[in-house]
Design a protein around this ligand. Structure first.
Ligand code: ADE
Ligand code: ZN
Length: 320
């Protein structure tokens, strides 16, 4: 594990739900899970692609009901992150995955915010919350979600775009990103995880995002790589996720080192650490071993994480 101080910029709070907490919450809320126990659940963590993961991931969210559940979830992540050298965390959540089950967005946001508001004091981690739209749902549903979030925007720093990528290009969400911008929200989007390089261009040019989450498939398009390097667009890579969801065969095959060598501003993150075999410090350690990274490269990755963060030093980037 690596204790080097770092920021984590690509972390889905629902993806930190450990099997033990899932069963504890299931008991607390009277929810029956279709697994015999924590070991049985862990055995189901064998994914063939993004969709096979998302099916299990959304299913397990059935245990999350009360604001207290969301507080406990975030508190457990922050304690683990602190032990792995995280000093700043920009945390995604998926409101539609909860409102669709009858859990109001206010319950989710206020529950998470309760843990985040005391995080600096308890864990030495500053935090931001980023609300993601589910791209496999309609653009209208995303706009309704932004509307429903309006009473809670003092807790929310930005918007993101996640869930099943292929067939749901960024341009589908042009209007809701424009509305988010006019509300003063920062903008990021998953692109180029399973989707083509064209989705990365659209996220930049149509949505005006400031960072690309993943961006792995940029490497198929040399002109795009050149642009991303020139504009120093941050890419929040998640190498353990890419292995578990079969975007790359093995960690040794991951293009992280090649991306650094190409001059890209890359960061290393955990995505959904409960499901993908490690938190961000574990991820730093794993890539160091698999890609034979030196101390200077690890320091560069840590430095990049603070450069790419939405900290005070950073005004919104110019429109592209
Ligand atoms: N939601 C949670 N993890 C995700 C990922 N890796 N890609 C897209 N949506 C997600
Ligand atoms: Zn993600």
């Amino acid at each position: 594990m690596s204790l080097i101080p770092k920021a984590e910029l690509h972390l889905h709070i629902e993806g930190t739900l450990e099997p033990e907490l899932a069963f504890a919450l299931a008991e607390r809320n009277g929810v029956e899970l279709p697994y015999a126990g924590t070991e049985d659940l862990r055995k189901a963590y064998l994914f063939s692609d993004l969709q096979s993961f998302l099916d299990l991931y959304y299913g397990l969210m059935a245990v999350l009901h009360t604001a207290n559940d969301f507080t406990d979830l975030a508190e457990a992540y922050l304690a683990r992150a602190a032990a792995q050298g995280v000093r700043h965390a920009e945390i995604f959540f998926d409101p539609q995955a909860h409102t669709a089950r009858g859990v109001p967005i206010g319950t989710v946001v206020e529950g998470l915010a309760h843990a985040l508001d005391r995080s600096e004091e308890r864990h030495g981690i500053s935090t931001q919350l980023i609300m993601c739209f589910l791209r496999d749902q309609s653009a209208e549903s995303a706009m309704e979600t932004l509307d429903a979030a309006k009473p809670y925007l003092h807790h929310i720093a930005g918007v993101g775009l996640d869930s099943a990528e292929v067939g749901h290009p960024p341009s589908k969400f042009r209007e809701v990103y424009a509305a988010a911008e006019s509300l003063g929200l920062r903008k990021v989007a998953h692109a180029g995880e399973e989707g083509p390089p064209a989705y990365i261009r659209e996220a930049l040019d149509v949505l005006g995002v400031e960072r690309i989450d993943h961006g792995l498939r940029a490497m198929e398009d040399p002109e795009l790589v050149e642009r991303l390097a020139r504009e120093q667009v941050p890419l929040t890579l998640c190498p353990l996720s890419n292995v578990r969801l079969r975007a790359v065969d093995t960690l040794e095959d991951h293009p992280l080192r090649a991306m650094m060598d190409a001059g890209l501003l890359v960061t290393v993150n955990s995505d959904d650490p409960s499901y993908f075999g490690g938190y961000v410090g574990d991820t730093f350690h794993a890539v160091r071993e698999a890609l034979a990274l030196g101390q200077e490269q690890l320091r560069e990755l840590a430095r990049n994480s603070f450069r790419a963060a939405f900290l005070d030093h950073d005004e919104p980037r110019r429109e592209r």
